[in-house]
Design a protein around this ligand. Structure first.
Ligand SMILES: Nc1nc2c(c(=O)[nH]1)N[C@H]1C(S)=C(S)[C@@H](COP(=O)(O)O)O[C@H]1N2
Ligand SMILES: [Mo]
Length: 197
């Protein structure tokens, strides 16, 4: 299994400004976790791609598994160090679909109705994975079962839980929290918490 250590974990300014360490992930979400039947679960890849694709759970678990060790930074100011996730790397998506040159950003869609937008260069980064395990065990329902995105270099509202769709967009349109005042990018080292902060 390939192991990735997020480069931000090695930086001297590892803890972003205004954050404090917390020894656990605090469960945050817009609604209780959705009920999932893996035999019915589908991951849809669509938008600015030449070939739209629908993956089953078997398709997902047949992709190469990687392990990511990364800090998790919530905009509400807690940061959890060295969280270990297992899943597939975003590069796998490039092997499955031809992304059009018009694609500029990604909207991640979730089964609870949540969405979040990520510019392409932040989405296709070395430490971005879709996780289906947390510390070697299947993702708990509250942490995003069956599949969640992990984007260590951005605030954790970008790490969408219960992912059901990856939409490539030709513009960087705002997702759920971004429409409600959260920053369009959300870089913790620049304290990009809210639009007017
Ligand atoms: N689908 C979905 N993903 C989501 C959210 C949500 O409400 N729905 N909340 C986000 C926020 S604000 C945070 S801080 C993290 C929390 O992850 P955790 O519950 O695993 O700690 O999930 C993010 N991903
Ligand atoms: Mo959050």
């Amino acid at each position: 299994m390939r192991r990735i250590i997020s480069p931000i974990n090695l930086r001297p300014d590892r803890l972003p400004p205004g954050q404090h360490w917390s020894n656990k992930l605090h469960i945050l979400g817009i609604s209780p976790p959705p009920k999932i039947d893996l035999s019915q679960y589908r991951l849809r890849i669509f938008g600015e791609v030449e070939n739209e694709l629908v993956l089953t759970w078997d398709d997902i678990t047949s992709l190469e598994e990687v392990e990511l060790v990364a800090d998790f930074h919530c905009v509400t100011k807690w940061s959890c160090p060295d969280v270990v996730w297992q899943g597939f790397h975003v590069e796998e998506i490039k092997k499955l679909v031809d992304i059009k040159s018009s694609a500029k950003s990604v909207m991640v869609h979730s089964l609870d109705g949540y969405t979040t937008n990520i510019p392409l260069e932040y989405f296709f980064d070395e430490d971005v994975i879709f996780a289906y395990k947390l510390f070697g065990k299947p993702l708990p329902a509250d942490n995003g079962y069956p599949l969640r995105l992990i984007v260590p270099k951005l605030y954790s509202w970008k790490s969408a839980k219960f992912v059901s769709g990856i939409e490539f967009m030709d513009r960087n349109l705002p997702g759920y929290w971004e429409q409600r005042g959260y920053h369009i990018l959300g870089d913790p080292w620049k304290e990009q918490r809210f639009w007017h902060s």
